[in-house]
Ligand binder design. Structure first.
Ligand code: LRH
Ligand code: MN
Length: 404
């Protein structure tokens, strides 16, 4: 390989990939460590986490072997059911395991009252209940020093005519404005959209446009969250990301993968090139603007069959590989080829980076930071899984449930 200014091409690539990986922090979901399932059943894992302490402990293991997961997203009713009074205990636990609390996710979808919606419910008392819970979640975030309040609403309807979609828009505008008014300086409200499920006729916040307009109407601290699983198969997700970057209105991602719908499978397990194309939009934006967009990289998966901690490690490693590959695109050259409409060379300039095997340079990057070269191997050799399986077996195996 001819020596180039500043070492060989490989050296330059390793440096570029290393710089990108230094920026990449991935937030894990507490619910990724718990026993979750589908409506057809839940396959209990003896080692799964049930308590908030166990979730932080498991997240601490992933952070220890990857060095890339300093925060854990929390879902309020699953993790801090006591509300603000429970925040001090969470803070103590997060310090014990060296993982900070990340985005705070209110639960406005599981209570019986939310049958016809939460902020979109025709009953003003139920809209108020939902708003109170969101305000409590904002208080928890303030107490824990978390910046993001991540809002997803299951709200919608199952039958044409059963609800006024336009009236519900007004309810959401009012509710999100009131929620925004409770934010403290520096906090962000992330509005997540989803086309369907659990509602199967209309969902009130069904796509990026609806989330964008509601976030803009709510106030300057509101922005949009893109869950990669919340798109129809034919949708061009990276184009949506390009639009939201252009608008300065993308605050975070929920990464996962899917073959059909919101399957919540592990990132890059079905379509790694999809994630690469999304990461490319982010790197190209940063290359053009001279700085990266302020985006929270969060994982939102439910590990129904894979070991929960192994699935999390696999996810982080895959994200690092795809983020490093996308960082190796020659943005200057690509931009020129795009302007010249040299479509084959432009495509090859992009795709060529996807084919680069970045694993050796990532191992080097880990070695350089005192991290295990092979995080999965390090975790498997740690004996942690055997320890928690022994400790948690009886508690978990006693909790087998059925759908109906
Ligand atoms: C909804 C969703 C949302 C979370 C939930 C766990 O499908 O993506 O982000 O609240 O999953
Ligand atoms: Mn999500």
């Amino acid at each position: 390989m001819p020596p180039l200014q500043g070492g060989t091409m490989k050296d330059q690539q390793a440096e570029k990939a290393g710089k990108a990986l230094d920026q990449l922090q991935i937030e894990l979901p507490s619910w990724g460590f718990a026993n979750t399932g589908t409506r057809f059943g839940k396959f209990i894992q003896a080692a799964a986490a049930t308590s908030i302490e166990e979730k932080f402990s498991d997240a601490g293991q992933v952070h220890a072997v990857t060095g890339a997961c300093p925060t854990l997203a929390l879902h309020v009713l699953w993790d801090v059911p006591e509300g603000v009074p429970g925040a001090a205990n969470v803070k103590r636990i997060s310090e014990k395991y060296g993982v900070r609390a990340g985005a705070i996710n209110p639960n406005v979808f599981q209570d019986q009252e939310y049958k016809y919606g939460s902020l979109g419910n025709p009953d003003v008392a139920i809209r108020r209940k939902a708003l109170e819970h969101i305000r409590e979640s904002i208080g928890i975030a303030a107490a824990l020093g978390s910046r993001d309040i991540s809002l997803w609403f299951a709200d919608g309807s199952n039958y044409p005519g059963s609800q006024s979609m336009r009236r519900r828009i007004e309810y959401f505008e009012d509710g999100l404005k009131e929620a925004h008014a409770s934010l403290i300086p520096g906090q962000r409200m992330l509005v997540e959209y989803k086309p369907f499920e659990p509602a199967f006729y209309h969902t009130d916040i069904a796509d990026w446009g609806m989330a964008l307009l509601l976030a803009k109407a709510a106030g300057p601290q509101a922005t949009v969250l893109v869950d990669t699983g919340h798109h129809y198969a034919a949708q061009n997700i990276e184009q949506i990301v390009a639009w939201l970057l252009h608008q300065g209105m993308i605050g975070g991602f929920h990464f996962n993968d899917r073959r059909y719908a919101d399957d919540d499978l592990t990132l890059g397990s079905i379509d790694p090139y999809q994630v690469f194309r999304i990461f490319h939009e982010l790197h190209a934006y940063a290359a053009e603007k001279g700085k990266a967009a302020d985006i929270a990289f969060m994982i939102d998966q439910s590990h129904n069959l894979k070991g929960k901690i192994e699935a999390a490690i696999q996810t982080v490693v895959t994200a690092q590989e795809l983020f490093a590959k996308a960082a190796l695109v020659d943005h200057g050259r690509l931009s020129g080829l795009q302007k010249d409409c040299s479509i084959v060379d432009a495509e090859e300039c992009l795709r060529g980076a996807f084919w680069i095997d970045v694993r050796p340079m990532i191992r080097e990057w880990r070695r350089g930071r005192g991290l295990p070269e092979d995080p999965m191997k390090a975790f498997r050799e740690s004996g942690y899984l055997e320890k928690i399986t022994r400790e948690r077996h009886d508690k978990n195996m006693g909790a087998i449930s059925t759908y109906a």
